[in-house]
Design a protein around this ligand. Sequence first.
Ligand code: ADP
Length: 162
Amino acid sequence: MTVAVYAGSFDPITNGHIDIAKRAAAIFEKVVIGIYDRPSAKNFLFSSKERVDMAKKSLSHIPNITVQAYSGLTVEFCKTVGARLMVRGLRASADFEYEFEIAMMNHKLSPDLELVCFMANLQYQFLSSSILKEVTQLGGSIDSLVPAHVAKALKERLGGQA
Ligand code: ADP
């Protein structure tokens, strides 16, 4: 079975992430969404349980996608779930150098693990979890960028008026 891991912070999951996950699930037999739990290094808005629950709710209609939290090296997580492929999403300008760096390091750590990058769709090129948080905080509308339950959670947490 071809198992692929799509790992990230997903703080919170956006329509851009969902688009990549769906496209990966159309190609690979199983896609495991790995939600990175790194409490000390990153200031997450949502706990790993909240991020997992939001991702599960957003992707529950796709039977070959599962969601779980992990900590430690992503390459180790891939081994644990039996994945030989890692999926990432690339936005036009923001992601390439960073993704390239991680890919080179992951290849060094685990040469058998292959990386598959999906180009972000045009409508999500400028969508990031951090911009979403800022817009929510300032009361802007985020309804077309995240599922309704994620928009609700963001507004509750950040107190936006949109
Ligand atoms: P990380 O903490 O690893 O950067 P993110 O949750 O920000 O985690 O992103 C996870 C993956 O999804 C990364 O490969 C990132 O480039 C990709 N991604 C983020 N936003 C989008 C988007 N709007 N469209 C497509 N891919 C995206």
